[in-house]
Design a protein. Structure first.
Length: 268
């Protein structure tokens, strides 16, 4: 990664967030992760935020760049450590992302840093960092949807957000079936035929079979309408405004929910 440089004020805010009494790291965790990142624990007797700030400033003066802060975040705030308290992770990540957006970065729930457009003002940074949380709560989208297009949404990149959202549908089907095809062929293999591999209901009554066929056609339509054109057309030829993108996300979220609850057909 290219060199990262934070201001003294930003470094102080990183220390404040990570050392917060309510949701931040414990004193023991701070000591452990400083050692793990090979950062000198200058003042272990200070309060958590001041202790981190002292360590960060020392490393800043030593390395003349601040990439070590990203390394510290990736280790100390690794998502798998928060499986019992995901809200705590989201709170910390959201606060960190306000600062990271000034560098054009965002820390995702995959434990990786993603590029996004740089924020120029605090209000702009807060808006970006809060965008995903707002989408989740206001529209109640399936969480898996954001796994695939988080970085694109933060960058206000509707074109590629749509592409990644629909690609995620195929990924979810493949994960549940071990099939290796894509697009309409994948839908046909998973949901169609007299005895489908994957079923979204009990698949006994004609109304249930009709619902299965309709869902398969919906998936084929999504792939045909959105994925194929976006995958092959240059960006300038595919207009995708925010409202169109949000409508597609709603449809994709519905698909994610049905696929998530679908089961393998025991009669297959």
């Amino acid at each position: 990664m290219e060199p990262i440089y934070f201001t003294e004020g930003q470094i102080e805010q990183f220390a404040k967030i990570l050392g917060d009494t309510g949701f931040g790291l414990t004193g023991t965790e701070i000591g452990h992760w400083l050692i793990s990142c090979k950062l000198e624990d200058i003042e272990p007797g200070l309060t958590k935020r001041k202790r981190l700030f002292a360590a960060f400033v020392s490393a800043h003066n030593k390395y003349r760049r601040d990439n070590f802060i990203l390394t510290f975040i990736a280790k100390a705030i690794e998502p798998s450590r928060f499986t019992q308290d995901p809200e705590r992770f989201r709170h910390i990540a959201n606060e960190l992302n306000i600062l990271l957006s000034f560098q054009g970065l965002e820390y995702g729930d995959d434990g990786k840093f993603h590029k996004t457009s740089k924020s120029k003002t605090l209000s702009e940074a807060e808006k970006k960092a809060d965008l995903l949380r707002k989408i989740i709560h206001d529209r109640n989208f399936h969480s898996e949807l954001l796994t695939y297009c988080r970085a694109e949404l933060l960058a206000d990149d509707n074109f590629h957000a749509v592409l990644e959202a629909v690609k995620g549908i195929a990924a979810m089907i493949r994960a549940k079936t071990n099939l290796t095809t894509d697009g309409s062929d994948l839908v046909e293999s998973a949901f169609c035929g007299k005895s489908p591999l994957l079923i979204i209901n009990e698949y006994k009554l004609e109304t249930e079979r009709s619902e299965q066929r309709g869902f398969a056609n919906l998936l084929k339509g999504l792939f045909g309408t959105f994925r194929n054109p976006t995958a092959h057309a240059p960006r300038i030829e595919w207009a995708m405004d925010q409202q169109d993108a949000l409508d597609l996300f709603a449809m994709a979220s519905y698909a994610y929910r049905r696929i998530d609850k679908a089961v393998l057909n025991i009669d297959f």
